[in-house]
Ligand binder design. Structure first.
Ligand SMILES: [Mn+2]
Length: 243
């Protein structure tokens, strides 16, 4: 994996056109302008798409703009990695052919002087038990096959409704936030104890950094129409930046 590595995610690109989606694409273009001569890698942290389901045949590609941006950046020698989030784990061959490499599970990167644990960040919290079961079911081949039988327009509407309802879950009070952070710190400690130096994740749609000695937890904010948050790892240290 080429250095530097740029991490970002939670763009939630929409399968249906909107002004806000256009602005998100502009933000991604701005980011690409900044990093295109770096000779490095991009690591997309999941929920890049608000909804992604790839059909084996007659796949409607709702994301041609985004795909061509990735193709262009790769043509400039930038590697593009992707780890699935809770909105975009139904990737298939078409998406896989666009990126350098995609992952469905957490990854440990040993590049440069540090070991980095990369996760989207969903399903970690202790009260996410029922979600973890749901995650297992909806990611299964049988569920994916049955879902593929639904009329495409209907499937898109169901997905949009679920995504819309989930948005509320990002509005959380201060006390809940403290509980979330303390659980994510616990999770990170287990990874630090296994030899990782940095734990990086997205999913929570806000920025949070925590250091314990030399060890680091970084929660990246999202990339919406207003801001583009990313982390840059140069092989030695990691910094959080915003556009
Ligand atoms: Mn997420």
């Amino acid at each position: 994996m080429q250095l530097p590595i740029y991490f970002f995610g939670d763009n939630h690109f929409s399968p249906t056109p909107s002004l806000s989606n256009e602005q998100k694409i502009r933000k991604l273009e701005q980011f690409i302008d900044v990093i295109e001569n770096s000779g490095g890698s991009i690591f997309i942290m999941g929920d890049f798409f608000d909804y992604y389901f790839e059909y084996n045949t007659n796949n409607p590609n709702y994301f041609e703009d985004v795909f061509s941006l990735i193709t262009n950046i790769r043509a400039k020698g930038i590697e593009v990695y992707f780890i699935a989030g809770n909105h975009d784990f139904w990737i298939g061959k078409e998406f896989q052919s666009v990126v350098t490499k995609s992952f469905l599970t957490d990854q440990i990167l040993s590049v440069g002087g540090k070991k980095i644990y990369v996760t989207h960040g969903d399903g970690i919290l202790s009260w996410d038990k029922s979600y973890r079961i749901l995650k297992f079911i909806i990611r299964s081949n049988i569920f994916r096959f049955l879902y593929s039988l639904l009329p495409k327009g209907f499937a898109l509407n169901v997905a949009k409704r679920i995504s819309y309802e989930r948005k509320d879950s990002h509005i959380i009070n201060h006390k809940k936030l403290e509980r979330i952070h303390s659980e994510l710190i616990q999770f990170s400690r287990s990874k630090w104890n296994e030899g990782c130096d940095i734990v990086i994740m997205g999913h929570y749609h806000h920025s949070f950094n925590f250091n314990e000695g030399q060890k680091q937890l970084i929660i990246l904010d999202d990339c919406c129409d207003q801001q583009f948050n990313y982390a840059k790892y140069d092989g030695d240290s990691i910094s959080v930046e915003s556009l």
